[in-house]
Design a protein around this ligand. Structure first.
Ligand code: PGA
Length: 243
């Protein structure tokens, strides 16, 4: 596990974008696992700029997002489809047929989850998975207690996650209570993992993920067993780490 501690969230975004750009240069047909939330926005902004400057291209890149809310209209500005279009896809040279996000409005969520996992396999697996982390240590919507053997599945959000995400909605009551998410094993199957965290609200989760026991109580702690994982965290998120 490699831990890079940077000054602030701005530095986190540029450091992460450089790592992703390097991988895209090494392999133009990279299969990227992507994340939503506040954390990766700065990284996406750098990648957009690199693309505009002709340094990198998403033409042959395939992507798979970690998760999507269940029963939220895909057209809602708060759906993860809208988020990704707004924050990345519409601003880079990516082909619409090459990005994938689980369909939270599928009639049969179980089938959608199985099909999503199959699609990842068919693409050859994820080369580089980008992750944020929840204040409770979740990755994707794998909340504390999620089985480490889980693959893509539908799941209930915890009260803490609903409260964390209420800032994007008009009220807490509007936050969907269910999501469809890649599972813990889906994430561990990625060849490389890059986890980003900034701010003091992530300090406890980072401490647990990096130096705590490996336990489903802190889902990200399983990453201690991943052979190729990098954490890029800012000083505030790193403040509980033992040096
Ligand atoms: P955030 O969410 O980037 O909005 O903090 C991260 C997460 O919950 O995984």
């Amino acid at each position: 596990m490699k831990i890079i501690i940077v000054k602030d969230s701005k530095a986190m975004g540029s450091e992460a974008a450089r790592l992703i750009a390097r991988r895209m240069l090494q392999n133009p047909s990279l299969v990227l696992g992507l994340a939503t939330g506040s954390t990766p926005i700065g990284t996406y902004q750098h990648l957009i700029r690199y693309c505009e400057e002709g340094l990198i291209s998403f033409k042959k890149v395939k992507s798979f997002n970690l998760d999507e809310y269940v029963e939220l209209d895909a057209k809602s500005p708060l759906s993860y489809v809208s988020f990704m279009q707004e924050q990345l896809f519409s601003k880079v040279d990516m082909d619409e047929k090459n990005w994938n996000i689980p369909d939270g409005n599928a009639q049969d969520l179980e089938k959608e989850a199985l099909d999503y996992e199959e699609k990842i396999k068919k693409a050859g697996g994820i080369d580089l998975q980008l992750l944020g982390i929840g204040g409770n240590g979740h990755i994707g919507f794998n909340e504390p207690g999620t089985d480490f053997a889980s693959v893509t599945h539908s799941t209930d959000l915890t009260e803490e996650t609903i409260e964390d995400n209420a800032r994007f909605f008009n009220s807490k009551e509007e936050v969907p209570t269910k999501a469809i998410s890649m599972g813990m094993r889906s994430i561990m199957n990625a060849k490389e993992v890059l986890l980003l965290a900034s701010g003091s609200s992530k300090a406890k989760a980072i401490k647990g993920a990096v130096q705590g026991p490996i336990t489903t109580d802190v889902p990200a702690s399983i990453l201690q067993l991943h052979p190729n994982v990098t954490f890029i965290v800012d000083e505030e998120a790193a403040r509980e780490l033992r040096r």
